[in-house]
Each structure stands twice: as C-alpha cells, then as structure tokens.
Ligand binder design. Structure first.
Ligand SMILES: *[C@@H]1O[C@H](CO)[C@@H](O)[C@H](O)[C@H]1NC(C)=O
Ligand SMILES: *[C@@H]1O[C@H](CO)[C@@H](O)[C@H](O)[C@H]1NC(C)=O
Ligand SMILES: *[C@@H]1O[C@H](CO)[C@@H](O)[C@H](O)[C@H]1NC(C)=O
Ligand SMILES: *[C@@H]1O[C@H](CO)[C@@H](O)[C@H](O)[C@H]1NC(C)=O
Ligand SMILES: *[C@@H]1O[C@H](CO)[C@@H](O)[C@H](O)[C@H]1NC(C)=O
Length: 719
C-alpha cells in the first residue's frame, strides 16, 4: 500500500513535469484574463433566500418558462422568474413525521439531517406531479394533485433507490416517458450505487458497472436516457487508483432481460469522456462536476448538438478546472463502437474483436428486450464499458483555469448568440465554488473545430465570497431583460447576462475590448449598449462597433491606445502606489478581499492592520508553467540533496550496519531460514518487494498486446 502510493506520487510528479515540458512546445492555453471584474457589493438584483433560519439545500426541480420549482427543507417553493418572489399560496409543505424524525435521531443523525429535503421531481400532467425527499434518512415519494388551486399530497411510496438519504449526495434523476430514472444509492451508508427505473436496475456490487460513482446529471435524448458521472476507473491498471468521467446510457424501452435477468438492464453501456489538453502526454481533467443542457448550433459550418461539461483535477492535486464540449453524435457513435474487456483478472483491458460480439448487438434498443438471447444479455452485463472514449468536440477545452482559490462547479449556455458580424457564439456562464460567475466564449467556434479562442468577458462575484454555486439558468422572458439565475444552497439570485453599462466599458475602446457579442459601442449616443438580436439587419448596425475576435475596432480610433493596454494587461505584479483613486485600480481584489454586500454589514474597505499603508496588496497568481517549472526545480534539487546526504551517510556508517528492530529481524529470519544459505543477513541484500510476473493463462505476451499500457504488470507480494 505504502509502496504503491509512493509510486503513484512519483508517477504524478513525472506526468506533471512532462506535461509542463510538452506544454511549453505545444502551447498549453494560458489562462485568459477577464476583461471585467465586478465586485460583490456592486452586484444588484433580485434574490430569494427561503427560510433564513436554516440551510435550505435548494435544488432546482423544474424549470418552466415563467417559474421554477425549488426543492428545499420540508418545502417545495414555486418562484416567479419575473422577480424571484415566491408565488402566493403555491408553496408545498412536506415534513417528515415525528416518528421518522425520532428514528433518524436514534440512528445518530443531527436535527438538520433529520428533515425532509425534496430532491426528485416528475410531472405527470399540468396538475399532477410526483416528488421524493430524503424524509429524515428514510427516502419517500409522494403524489401531489391540485385541489382548489393548491397542491395537496396523495399516496406515499418508498423512495429508496430513487432519492438519496443525504441532501448533499451526488445523485441525479430524470422523468422521461412517464417514468422516473434515478441514479443514486440504495442504502443508508451510501455503499450501494445504482441506476434504476421502476423495477429494473444495474447489477448489485458489480464494479464493472458502477464503481463508487458521483452522479452529476441525466436527461432523455432520442430513445435513450443518458447519465453523466465520475467513478473509480476499473480499467486503470497502473498503481493506485484513478477517477474517470463517464457517460452512461440506457434504452427508454428496456423491459429487462429474459428469465433471471428480468429486473436488470439489457442496455446499460458506458464510455469515458476525454477532457484533456493534448500533447505527447495529454493532461486530463478527469472529474466531471456538471453538464449543461443539450444545445444546438452551427460550429465551423457544421450543425451539431453539444453538451458542455465542467471537469476538474482531483481535489488533492493542483486546482485545475476546464470546460469541454461533446457532441451528442460522437457520444452515440462511441456506443456503436467496440467494447472493452479484461479477459482475466490479471490481463490488460483490450478492445473486443468484432467477431466475438454476439448478434443481435448487445446494448442496442429493441422492441422487447425480454426476447433477447442469453448470449447477448450475458455479454452486455459483462461488457458495459466501450473501448473508445468520447473525444471533446473542439480539440481543446473551451476554457481552462489553474487556480488555488476556486474551481468551476456549473455551466449554463446562452446558445448561438448572434454577433454584429453575423457569426453565432455559445456564451458560457460558469459558476465557481467561491461564488463567482465567469462569462466566457470560444471566439473561434464559428470558424474552426481544431483551434479554440478562450475569452473571458467578465468575472462577477455574484454571491458572498466562498459560497459555492450549485446551479445556473439562463432566463429569457418576453418583454424583459434576460437574466442569469444563480442557485446556491440557501440563496437564489438573478443577475444580468451582460454588463455593457459597466464603468470599464464606457469608452469605445473599452466596450469593444470586452469581446462580448451582447455588447456594442453606439457611436451616436456614445454608450456601450446591449445589442438586441433583432436589430442586426437594419442600418443601425452601421453605427454600432463590435469585434468579437480581436476586441479592436477601427471606428474607435487609436488615440486611446493606453486604455487598451491597460485592459489587456493580465496581472499587475506591482501596483503603482496610486492609492486614493481607489476603485478601478485594484481590479483583482476579489481574489483576496472578502467583500459582502450592505445587508451583511461586513465589507473590508480598510487595509488590515498588518498591511503596509498606502500599498495595495496584489495576490500572486501562478500560471501552470511557473508551477511546473518550480516543481521540476524542486524535484531536481531534492534529487541532488538526497544523493548527497545518502552518500555522506553511507560513508559515515560504512561498517556499522543498521540495527534492525526486533520484529523486522524476526521476519527476515523467517525468510532466510528456508533459503539454502543461512548466512547472516548483514551481508545479504534482501528485496522487500518480490516482483512476480503474472501468470498468463492464454500464453499471450501481455506486453505486446498492450496498446495503451506500456507498463508491464507485476504482482507485488509484501512481506
Ligand atoms: C423557518 O423554519 C423554522 C424551523 O426551522 C420555522 O419554525 C419557521 O416558522 C420558519 N419560518 C417561516 C417564515 O416559514
Ligand atoms: C407554480 O406557479 C405557476 C404559476 O402561477 C402555476 O402554474 C403552477 O401550477 C404552480 N405550481 C406548480 C407545482 O407547478
Ligand atoms: C459530491 O460532489 C462534490 C463536488 O464535486 C464533492 O465535493 C463531494 O465530496 C461529493 N459528495 C460525495 C458524497 O462524494
Ligand atoms: C484524449 O484526448 C487527447 C487529445 O486531447 C488524446 O491525445 C488522447 O489520446 C485521448 N485519450 C483517450 C483515452 O482517448
Ligand atoms: C418494433 O415495433 C414497431 C411498432 O411498434 C414495428 O414497426 C417494428 O417493426 C418492430 N421491430 C422489430 C424488430 O420487431
């Protein structure tokens, strides 16, 4: 155990070092710098707080055109999207019974845990729906119907395996074709994950199917229901363990298998999602956190349906986040491809040859899965994993960010926003775990699938510093300004989709430099205006300046060049001591300064006592390259230092062998006793790790067949 984790650390260091080296030549995309920073106290807008006496654990249950339903503690809130106020008399109250609460307390749970957090929702009709809640660690579902204009609860059913016990559990559920599909856990301790619908489910404790999954999203598409999640990778054969991102799917018309398989899926398949920065050693963002809805658009002249996902590095590594896009057509294609298998416990994971795949094709959607031959059903049960990974749609992530301060959590898309040049861009709104919303776009998307132009238009501290963003929704309402609804555990907030009217954008150069398809400089009124999409075709666009690709427009003239360079300057390492002008100088102060709005009465405008007066402290932001450089340097230095000290010790201690602790000596004795030469162990070197080559029952050379596993497998025997 200790040895393997040590090897893993070394391996990670090497991978990091190599990525750094390769990255240098192949250009790791440098983190883009936001054109606009907006502090929390400048954020105004509607908000909804629910019951402020406790944490609500808000969860978006349904998004309708004019209202949203929010699952919370002992309640479902019906909230108007016009102003984020609760719609009168539409709250559904649903608490656990005292008996359930007492039982929950007896199980050792806190009072906050022993409440009913509503997590799952399925609408049967305009006045009928099903909801499921954690119900004090005893999940339960309830039918609701309208009576006299208000919803009342009907029959209760067991919610085990549909709704998690813990409101924070990473579960997902979707209602499609009149049935509820859920991906969650079926036991109190969270040890039995499953994907289920009615009576059909994944196999119990089969690590090939699900291996410690964290589910992030699900939706119906075509004949399928898709699930996005991350899990421990069974196919990862090096030392230690790795988490991979997955897309799994089942057929909506799966009726279960024949005979003994009647309550198991015959169509559950999964594939890896590849979100990485290419290079000789690609750098992987392995852990999916969320996905957007499916969006539709034209990319480099090609029509496609995309899903955007947030991917991060593991929590205990350097904080990296990325947004990758995947086309639904390539997802479907991978599920038509080869399967992956491991013939015996010691062999490599390999592509299953086409002739070994039975007919009809395992996992395909059929009219009646109960009539499938056993061969097909057995095959799909043993081979749920596809050989190919789903590659990201653009050759690079749409956005990457290396930061110690925050990670991305959510992404929402305002799809296909038309710029004045006639091109259309998907505008991404990315939530972070410290309360920001980053607005970004890929400026090359209309022209290229092989290049990415990462641009961050703005970085807004929407929530209090440190509050994680749990969900984002882009809302377009007729006759109203569009907005972004930001959902956190105990707060819902609406902010504008753009900040064209911001102070930094009140010059022609500043406005055009935003590279925001939502904003353009109006040369008649001399203001930075929001561009209504209708306006494009008429003459008004002649007096509107915008340049998405470069952020420069000749209509602005070049006399204000100094402002351009100020806007484009990434990080100011030393801020000139121009204190007193205040505000717009310290753009980056959200990185460290905790600023709350007035209601919270906690804003930091005075420097801390130990800060030198008159100097603005700018946080040091390291780039990926700097980090890798430092890492390589450190490794190199430790190697030399280690060698030197080892050499010195060996010189000093020559002739005086290490005294062995008694128990270790006993073990060594046992080992040497059985061998032929019972010579003293002082002059005999004993290898504490025995490398035993694996048995290979097929007589195949395990090495030659490894297409992506250059390492030879060894079995370790620890003494
Ligand atoms: C808020 O919740 C508490 C229990 O935690 C309850 O006593 C109180 O009535 C609730 N307030 C409102 C306004 O619903
Ligand atoms: C929520 O409010 C809307 C608009 O008033 C209403 O149509 C709907 O029935 C309400 N409740 C639910 C559960 O949808
Ligand atoms: C759920 O996901 C969040 C965010 O990725 C993570 O921090 C948390 O540990 C996960 N919960 C569990 C129970 O694994
Ligand atoms: C993932 O994508 C990268 C390119 O970004 C590629 O080099 C690598 O081989 C892919 N990995 C897998 C497992 O498909
Ligand atoms: C499946 O059912 C549809 C109608 O329900 C029918 O048109 C089709 O031929 C059937 N397919 C097979 C393979 O039986």
């Amino acid at each position: 155990m200790r040895v393997s984790s040590y090897f893993r650390m070394i391996e990670n260091l090497i991978i990091l070092a190599l990525t750094g080296l390769v990255g240098r030549s192949l250009a790791w995309p440098s983190d883009p710098v936001p054109h606009l920073h907006i502090k929390h106290r400048e954020v105004i807008g509607q908000r909804f707080l629910g019951n402020e006496s406790h944490v609500e654990h808000f969860k978006l249950l349904e998004r309708a055109p004019t209202f949203i339903l929010i699952g919370a503690r002992n309640a479902i809130y019906n909230i108007s999207l016009h102003d984020l106020t609760e719609i009168a008399d539409q709250r559904v109250q649903w608490s656990s019974t005292d008996a359930h609460r007492e039982l929950c307390n007896l199980k050792g749970r806190s009072d906050d845990d022993c409440q009913n957090y509503v997590r799952v929702f399925g609408r049967h009709g305009p006045d009928k729906f099903l909801a499921c809640g954690t119900n004090a660690y005893k999940p339960q579902c309830r039918q609701f119907i309208v009576q006299d204009g208000a919803y009342v609860g009907g029959g209760d059913t067991d919610g085990l395996g549909i709704c998690p016990h813990d409101p924070q559990h990473n579960s997902t559920a979707v209602f499609a074709g009149g049935q509820l599909y859920a991906a969650t856990v079926a036991d109190f301790s969270g040890g039995e994950p499953l994907i289920r619908r009615e009576r059909i489910r994944t196999e119990r404790s089969d690590l090939n199917q699900l291996n410690g999954p964290n589910f992030v999203s699900s939706f119906a598409f075509d004949d399928y229901v898709f699930f996005f999640y991350r899990e421990t990778a069974v196919e990862y054969m090096n030392c230690g363990k790795a988490v991979y991102s997955r897309v799994g799917r089942v057929c909506q018309h799966d009726k279960g298998g024949p005979h003994a398989f009647s309550d198991r899926w015959t169509s559950f398949l999964k594939a890896r999602l590849n979100c990485s920065v290419p290079g000789e050693y690609p750098f992987y963002f392995n852990e999916i956190q969320s996905t957007s809805d499916v969006t539709e658009g034209f990319y480099a002249g090609r029509h496609d349906q995309l899903i955007y996902g947030i991917f991060t590095t593991p929590v205990n590594s350097i904080g990296g986040s990325a947004v990758c896009a995947f086309s639904m057509s390539s997802v479907l294609e991978v599920f038509q491809g080869a399967f992956k298998e491991q013939e015996t416990i010691n062999s490599n994971w390999l592509r299953v040859l086409a002739e070994k795949v039975p007919e009809p094709r395992p996992g395909a959607c059929v009219n009646d899965s109960r009539t499938l031959p056993d061969g097909t059903v057995n095959f799909v049960k043993k081979h749920p994993l596809m050989d190919d990974a789903v590659q990201s749609f653009f050759s690079l992530p749409v956005l990457t960010q290396v930061s110690f301060n925050y990670r991305f959590t959510r992404v929402a898309v305002d799809p296909q926003v038309k710029a004045l040049d006639g091109r259309t861009y998907d505008i991404l709104y990315i939530g972070t775990d410290d309360g920001r919303v980053i607005k970004a776009l890929n400026t090359k998307a209309p022209d290229s699938l092989t290049e990415v132009g990462q641009v961050i238009v703005s970085d807004v501290q929407v929530l209090r510093y440190g509050t994680a963003i749990k969900d984002l929704q882009v809302v377009h309402l007729a006759g109203e300004a569009s907005k972004l609804v930001v959902i956190a555990d105990s707060e819902i907030r609406a902010v504008p989709l753009h900040h064209c009217d911001s102070q930094a954008a009140n010059t022609c150069v500043g406005c055009v430099a935003l590279q925001d398809p939502h904003c353009a400089w109006d040369d008649v009124t001399h203001t930075c205006v929001a561009v209504p999409t209708k306006l494009h075709d008429n003459d008004a666009s002649k007096t509107l300046f915008q340049d998405i690709i470069n952020g420069k427009h000749k209509g602005c003239g070049y006399q204000q060049v100094n402002i351009v360079s100020e806007m484009a300057k990434p990080v100011l390492p030393v801020v000139p001591p121009r204190v007193g002008h205040g505000e717009q100088l310290d753009e980056r102060d959200n990185e460290i300064v905790i600023e709350l709005d007035r209601e919270n009465q906690y804003s930091r405008t005075q420097p801390r006592a130990n800060e030198p007066q008159g100097v603005i402290v700018t946080p040091v932001v390291y780039s990926a390259q700097t980090l890798t450089g430092a890492l390589i340097g450190t490794c190199f230095f430790s190697l030399i230092a280690g060698f030197a000290s080892g050499f010195w010790f060996s010189q000093r201690l020559r002739g005086t062998p290490y005294p062995d602790p008694p128990e270790q000596r006993q073990q060594l004795n046992r080992l040497t006793e059985s061998s032929e030469s019972p010579a003293g162990f002082n002059n005999k070197s004993i290898n504490l790790v025995l490398n035993v080559p694996p048995k290979n029952p097929n007589g195949k050379n395990a090495n030659s067949s490894a297409e992506n596993k250059p390492m030879q497998k060894v079995k370790k025997t620890y003494i």
